[in-house]
Design a protein around this ligand. Structure first.
Ligand code: ZN
Length: 228
């Protein structure tokens, strides 16, 4: 132990017992107690050894003695992980809000959606897709609901309510740019064909197609145009 203490560094690996001993030594030192290690010859008729045994046995009966598990602590890793995941799923579904997101993505994943992305995409791709997944984009319909614009009308065609669905699938002003988007989507999205099912596909290729479309029509749905 003393040899190990001399060579201790930030990356030193300690057993639980060694760590506990070091912790006790540190505590005693901070209280001003001098700690000395000395070799004690074993066993019987050595007064110090009997005193140590008495102290050790007495410690077992202390009311605040921590219970010592009869299995390795690493055995707890899996059940604790499973319990925490179940708790997280329960909290996710019990949360009062995010209904669009919960409806589109009822299954919870351990990894965020962008971990599937293998291509080198710009930051604006992640911002655009994240906004579309949750429905919290800066389309005029959302901005109007928050009293940030005077009208929910589409900035391109001016006639209808500018929702995410309108921008991506409906606005006649973007029909030319939408040709390649629809050609790509129809290979991957089955009925029903709407923005909910498109986003719920959770497919990187689909998300890239939609991002490219927003680039073509030059709409940055993650930025409120009135606060540029
Ligand atoms: Zn429009």
């Amino acid at each position: 132990m003393t040899t190990k203490m001399r060579g201790l560094g930030p990356s030193s690996k300690l057993t639980k017992i060694e760590a506990t001993i070091l912790n006790r030594i540190y505590t005693l030192k901070t209280l001003g107690t001098r700690v000395i290690f000395c070799w004690v010859r074993g066993h019987s008729r050595i007064m110090g050894n009997h005193a140590a045994d008495t102290q050790a046995n007495g410690a077992l009966t202390l009311p605040d003695s921590p219970p010592s598990p009869d299995f390795p602590q690493t055995d707890l890793k899996r059940p604790i992980g499973a319990k925490m995941k179940n708790q997280w799923v329960e909290d996710f579904h019990a949360y009062n809000g995010g209904e669009t997101y919960k409806q589109r993505f009822p299954r919870t994943h351990l990894q965020p959606w962008f971990k599937q992305v293998t291509e080198n995409m710009p930051k604006t791709f992640y911002r655009t897709v994240t906004r579309l997944r949750s429905g919290h984009s800066c389309c005029n319909s959302n901005l109007y609901r928050m009293h940030l614009v005077e009208s929910p009308a589409c900035r391109a065609c001016g006639q209808l309510e500018e929702t995410n669905e309108h921008i991506v699938l409906e606005c006649p002003e973007y029909s030319q740019a939408r040709v390649s988007l629809l050609r790509g989507l129809q290979k991957m999205i089955l009925n029903p064909f709407n923005l909910d099912s498109i986003m719920a596909a959770d497919n990187v290729k689909v998300n890239v197609l939609i991002f490219n479309f927003t680039q073509t029509i030059n709409i940055r749905i993650y930025i409120n145009v009135n606060y540029k």
